[in-house]
Design a protein around this ligand. Structure first.
Ligand code: UDP
Length: 397
């Protein structure tokens, strides 16, 4: 079991001055009661972020809790459709869907007493909660999805809920919407102490890979993602099949299925038809395996079609991997094409970059070094924490 880290531990990554600054910003906020609401304790980036954020905020003396929306499977099937629509998909926005969504959130409001100094609501699932309280304190909607081109029907339906909030946080300025509510922009970051990111010895990496029977005789091409069409696992397989005609390698697709994502199991099953000796598809919840794969991979892919911000991209970059990312959403601000990774817009481009990186390990190493520096500068968790503190501080007199 890993120990629970406190803010001082991060000094080695964020520097003494950075930690002092965070402590100073947190001091006037001590003893505030803050609540985060989202829709899953595990699987997906938001649960990773909240896991670190709630521990660190408490270590700074801010009384911070984390609650999860409860609901039946058909509620999560509706909210996944809303999520998809916010990322641009079509939807049949029936009265039944709206009724179910609003009813389940009403039930959650009855059983959750949110009498806090500040409430953060993450993503669309718990969004209507705000309508059920006599609001005495600021409420913030933190939307993590890629809002490049939201479906207007769903956006317009959600708008009256969104505009009751005191602020909306989005991961990129590109997601700015026409809103009465003030919009704030900052990205999430990665926690260097989490199971997914902490240092691993070569022996520990070997052990994890062997545990799942992953062959290491050929270079590994890896994508780590929830099983979700937005992550384009089908495109990854096609790119790999094409690249393999020129460079020998093994593909590992590893993913999990979040409790708020009912489409995951089906996407996983649809990929099994491609499985063979050189295409490994694993559905497991094992952060240490993710860590080992990102460290051992010759090439990491994140070939998303939409991506609010790719935590998996930052995680792999932090480990010095050369990452090939989809040229979309937040990934475009994480990877600088040709400098610390590659941005691609098609299967053919992805295949070509895989071949290039496998054929030129020096290039992969150079990009990996630049990638780690980019994450150190821009995407470590301490920076995210500081931005949350700034936001909370802005509400406190
Ligand atoms: N993750 C994991 N196991 C898996 C797949 C993903 O632990 O099999 C983690 C991954 O390391 C990352 C998060 O889940 O921390 C996914 O966040 P990201 O922003 O990449 O995508 P999201 O799932 O939020 O769309």
């Amino acid at each position: 079991m890993s120990e629970i880290h406190v803010i001082g531990d991060y000094e080695r990554y964020a520097g003494k001055e950075g930690i002092r600054r965070i402590e100073a910003k947190a001091r006037p906020l001590r003893d505030l009661h803050v609540m985060h609401m989202n829709s899953t304790y595990y699987g997906g980036g938001v649960s990773q972020i909240l896991s670190s954020l709630t521990l660190l905020m408490n270590s700074l003396g801010i009384q911070t809790g984390w609650r999860v929306v409860h609901g039946p499977p058909d509620f999560f099937s509706v909210t996944k459709k809303f999520h998809n629509a916010l990322q641009g998909a079509e939807i049949n926005l029936s009265g039944r869907k709206k009724e179910l969504y609003e009813h389940v959130i009403h039930e959650n409001a009855v059983r959750n007493h949110l009498d806090h100094d500040l409430v953060f609501v993450h993503d669309p699932q718990p969004l209507p909660l705000i309508t059920h309280y006599r609001k005495k304190s600021p409420w913030v909607w933190r939307c993590h999805v890629d809002l490049t081109a939201p479906n207007h029907e769903v956006w317009n339906y959600l708008l009256p809920f969104i505009e009751r909030y005191d602020a909306v946080v989005l991961s990129s300025r590109d997601y700015r919407q026409n809103l009465r509510t003030p919009q704030v922009f900052f990205t999430p970051g990665i926690d260097p102490f989490s199971i997914v990111n902490r240092e691993l010895s070569e022996a520990a990496i070997d052990e994890r890979l062997a545990h799942y029977g992953i062959p290491t005789d050929l270079p590994l091409v890896v994508q780590v993602s929830r099983f979700d069409h937005w992550k384009d696992p089908e495109g990854v397989i096609r790119a790999f099949q094409k690249a393999r005609k020129e460079e020998e390698c093994t593909l590992v697709l590893v993913g999990n299925v979040a409790t708020d994502d009912p489409e995951g199991a089906e996407v996983y099953r649809s990929l099994l038809a491609h499985k063979n000796e050189r295409i490994i598809v694993l559905s497991v919840q094992d952060g240490a395996l993710v860590n080992a794969l990102q460290r051992r991979a010759a090439v990491v892919l994140q070939k998303s079609i939409r991506e609010g911000f790719g935590l998996t991209v930052a995680e792999a970059m932090w480990k010095g991997a050369a990452v090939i990312g989809g040229n979309v959403g937040g990934i475009r601000y994480q990877i600088e094409d040709g400098v610390n990774g590659f941005l691609v817009s098609s299967v053919d481009e992805a295949a070509e970059r895989i071949v290039r990186l496998l054929a030129d390990p020096d290039l992969a190493e150079r990009m990996g070094r630049a990638a780690r520096e980019k994450v150190r500068e821009c995407f470590l968790f301490t920076r995210t924490l500081e931005q949350y503190l700034d936001l909370i501080g802005a509400f406190e007199p």
